[in-house]
Design a protein around this ligand. Sequence first.
Ligand SMILES: Nc1ncnc2c1ncn2[C@@H]1O[C@H](COP(=O)(O)OP(=O)(O)O)[C@@H](O)[C@H]1O
Ligand SMILES: [Mg+2]
Length: 509
Amino acid sequence: MADEALAVELTGITKTFPGVIANEDVNLAVRAGEIHAIVGENGAGKSTLMKIIYGMQAPDDGTIRVRGEEMHFKSPKEAIDEGIGMVHQHFMLADNLTVLENIVLGSEPTKGIQLDFASGRSQINEIGAKYGMDIDPDALVESLTVGARQRTEIVKVLYRGAKILILDEPTAVLVPQEVDELFVSLRELKEEGETVIFISHHLDEVLEIADSITVMRGGRTVATVDPDDVDAKQLAELMVGSELPTPETTESTVTDIVELSIRGLEALSDEGRPLLDDVSFDIHRGEIVGIAGVEGNGQAELIDAIMGILSVSSGSVHFKGEDIVDWSTKRRREDGIGIIPADRHRQGLLLQSPLWENAMLGHQTVKPFAKGPWIDRKGARDRTVAIIDRFGVKTPGPDVAAIALSGGNQQKLIVGKEMIAEPNVLIAAHPTRGIDVGAQAAVWDELRDARKEGLAVLLISADLEELIGLSDRLLVIFSGRIVADLDPHAVTPEELGSYMTGVEVEAAS
Ligand SMILES: Nc1ncnc2c1ncn2[C@@H]1O[C@H](COP(=O)(O)OP(=O)(O)O)[C@@H](O)[C@H]1O
Ligand SMILES: [Mg+2]
């Protein structure tokens, strides 16, 4: 039955990507005029679902109703015409233009054939005043704080006539005071009768502002609850699920030789916000230490600090008997710290370049890739062939461009090039994200074999099966701090959920 009291109603939405079911038989009902929060771990399918409502992605199956009427959006333009607007996780503003230009671009008010910026400016001021969003139309976007950029994005969406606003993790990038300001505006929007759908990992936040909360897990909507009926702990449990995967039961290969020792590591953002707060742990030879946590709680910063990409304000990283905090990234790499980066397209590969050039990345200064100051092409090609053979990379040869490979084979190349260099320490960030199950199993086998050979691994992942299956120890990171040190064989979903969402905080031993 069509229901006009529902701003958005989804039934049976399914969306697959190669090897991944992002949304599976999802049902969601958002009442008109409410603030509806969507929570769920990384990869639960939240952003995909929002993009489907916004017409950016077409579902394979299922129906979308807006105010009771069935929709078949072929583009965001069509969704915008129905009064749906979305602010993405990553802002999409042009830095070198003003707030006014950014907002008016694409839907310019025209007066004759001239752009009517005067009318744009007054409308922006009106929207800003109405919803308590302070923005200067003439400021250059590049000069704005993150909070002001976000306000610009929201005003842009409202300017286009949105009555249903989708905000994908709006608070992830904000400092607490900015979160408060955003919430004031969201309440104003609600007062005016608009509908807000927003994604957040912060359960305390969600409980404070939402009128209803839908929990997603593994591509499905598992529950919609009233914030008055649940507490953060119950929400956390719904997010994590009632059953955790069973860890691998092989004999421990953990030795008592410390390979990497981190003490009191601290890093600050440009605004002085703590990114890493007193982080301390050791990784032993033959050990996999897993980092669990909701994305954006310091995982990326921890990796960057260990690799020397992010400078730390205090603390030490001991490796091979020395504090390496002042070492360059190049030296860390050359001395035996390998990395499987989180984003293989942006950090791990040169997509247009041949595999043999890709195999050199991060190792281009050492044998067999370098001969004195020169690149050793033959050495590089031979090594690439060796990686292809040993790690089963499916490719016609070392000269094809990386872009020609499937995601799984690209990842095998990245894992292979790091493993074959025989590092002492390996940082594996989301090593199997977005790849098919066959390639995933191959990568897991490689990590287990390398551990047996004595490799010390720091595993960062959003995949609980991977974390629990591989890790010898599980550290939980929240707000830049290690808040728990858990045994993956004994951890309960309740514990993990509580720590990951900051409900429970206990200094790790
Ligand atoms: N464009 C895409 N191509 C392939 N896989 C994708 C794409 N977008 C999302 N996925 C996959 O779909 C799953 C759900 O992703 P997403 O909707 O972004 O989750 P969330 O926003 O909850 O973190 C993940 O496994 C992700 O890797
Ligand atoms: Mg997302």
